[in-house]
Ligand binder design. Structure first.
Ligand code: ADP
Ligand code: MN
Length: 184
């Protein structure tokens, strides 16, 4: 959202993490419970065709970052104007302006659990092992810590449905507090 954009009365949250850690499931539950708007950034990229081509080797599309940021800014400004919160989910977090988010949740999944999820998703061996390695090396968490204030970045386990419930409740509670605190 633009620097002189509408002032927010509800918080903006980013759920990040390696593919398969549970970002979309968690974000949609948070949206359901809180009334925040779920922005599935992967879907947005498809809808707005924010692609610059395809990396066949990695079996992924090459992202047109500027186009994505423009599309997102419109959505975030609209939400701010409408007094609605945002819960965005994406596996990359460093491309967004720091001012966009009030809380960054980085989901973490243990190797064996992630292996099964990525296999079930039909990832080829190369894509699966790339993502497994990224999770083991905590690439996304490091990115988040480098890109945002330490105190807004939270690492949350996402192995079980109980974990998911805990994470959803945590964001819900945090959001209530954020709304209370904002006028102080
Ligand atoms: P992401 O958006 O991070 O790629 P998804 O939300 O699509 O991940 O989840 C991938 C798969 O793992 C889905 O089948 C989802 O139901 C399952 N899953 C995600 N998080 C959990 C969790 N905490 N406990 C159990 N299953 C989960
Ligand atoms: Mn997803």
């Amino acid at each position: 959202m633009s620097e002189d954009g509408p002032k927010r009365t509800r918080p903006f949250v980013l759920i990040t993490g390696t593919p398969g850690t549970g970002k979309t499931s968690t974000a949609s539950l948070i949206a359901e419970r809180t009334g925040m708007k779920h922005v599935n950034v992967g879907d947005l990229i498809k809808e707005h065709k924010c692609h610059e081509g395809r990396d066949e080797d990695l079996d992924t599309n090459i992202l047109d970052e500027d186009k994505l940021l423009d599309a997102m800014e419109v959505i975030l400004d609209k939400a701010a104007e409408d007094g609605q919160g945002i819960v965005a989910d994406f596996h990359v977090c460093e491309i967004f302006p720091e001012r966009w988010f009030d809380l960054i949740i980085c989901l973490r999944t243990s190797t064996d659990v992630l292996f099964d999820r990525l296999t079930a998703r039909g990832y080829n061996e190369k894509k699966r092992s790339e993502n497994m390695e990224a999770e083991i090396m905590q690439v996304i968490l490091d990115e988040a810590r480098e890109s945002y204030a330490q105190e807004i970045v939270h690492e949350c386990p996402s192995n079980t449905v109980e974990d998911m419930e805990t994470n959803v409740t945590r964001v819900e509670q945090w959001g209530k507090q954020w709304i209370k605190d904002k006028d102080k």
